[in-house]
Write a protein that binds this ligand. Structure first.
Ligand SMILES: [Zn+2]
Ligand SMILES: [Zn+2]
Length: 283
């Protein structure tokens, strides 16, 4: 049984429930350790991340909950921090505040220019995604995808977050290979080259189970074929729900655990007394 989840949103960002609701859902799901990870604020206008001014309140509320539920669960302060492909960087505000956290998840969501307020996103809608590929990548999904995986590689080596978030988010609107063919050699090569750098960085890759709950058919991140490639390279993993509501707190955990064991994995990362430790799968 998976007994933790470190990718959890709340109503500080685009999640539906309060921090406390999510904590209670985690306790009910049998977790012994969990981390809250709202979307860190961005250096441009948007309606889905935390506001800069809310960060102190967020950390204060978490410290209160940590004490209140200490006899039930270990709670940790996290954030999902954005890396920007066009800047090859994270925000100054993220850099300033990272040290206040117990752990960080880093992910890429934006596509195109992040220097205006008209940013496009990989995961907002297929139309928005395709518009940005037309505008910024000569209408070539291949150009964008190669830039995306180079960006992930640069992000993990430069910033060494604890956890790499949803490795292949770019497949969200590619059901039935609508935008690119994930069997093609160039695609697999881009992913594998990225994994080599992830391995070198020493960080964990999250097995992100939550996408299917919001967009049926997407499956997990990373895709099933990538997990044996992670295992071959002995890349450590965590299992997380990317939970945006209490219903998603442990969505697909049982099936995911069985699949990971089929792929050869025997353990997953959990924060215990403030340190990442490997815990056995299937127990
Ligand atoms: Zn994300
Ligand atoms: Zn997330």
């Amino acid at each position: 049984m998976i007994r933790s989840n470190y990718h959890i949103h709340s109503n500080y960002c685009d999640g539906k429930n309060s921090l406390e609701d999510m904590v209670l859902a985690g306790i009910n799901a049998g977790f012994i350790s969990m981390g809250l990870s709202s979307h860190m604020s961005l250096p441009f206008k948007n309606d889905w991340t935390m506001k800069e001014d809310d960060l102190e309140k967020y950390l204060f509320e978490l410290s209160y909950l940590k004490k209140k539920y200490a006899s039930f669960i270990e709670l940790y302060y996290g954030l999902e921090i954005d890396y920007f492909l066009d800047r090859k960087d994270i925000s100054i505000f993220s850099k300033k505040n990272m040290l206040k956290l117990d752990y960080t998840i880093m992910s890429i969501h934006s596509i195109g220019s992040t220097f205006s307020d008209k940013v496009s996103y990989i995961d907002e809608s297929q139309d928005d995604f395709l518009r940005a590929i037309r505008k910024f990548y000569d209408n070539s999904p291949k150009k964008f995808i190669q830039n995306y995986y180079d960006g992930i590689a640069n992000m993990v080596i430069t910033f060494k977050p604890d956890i790499l978030g949803h490795l292949d988010l770019i497949k969200k609107y590619n059901q039935s290979n609508a935008i690119f063919d994930d069997q093609e050699k160039w695609y697999r090569k881009s992913v594998i080259e990225c994994l080599e750098v992830v391995k070198e960085s020493g960080i964990m890759v999250e097995i992100n189970t939550g996408a299917n709950l919001r967009v049926p058919g997407v499956g997990r991140y990373p895709s099933d074929w990538i997990i044996p490639e992670l295992f071959k390279r002995k890349i450590p993993i965590t299992v997380s729900g990317d939970s945006h509501s209490i219903e998603g707190i442990s969505y697909d955990f049982e099936e995911t655990e069985a699949f990971l064991m089929d792929c050869g994995y025997k353990e997953y990362g959990m924060l215990i007394k403030g340190q990442w430790e490997m815990q056995p799968l299937g127990k």
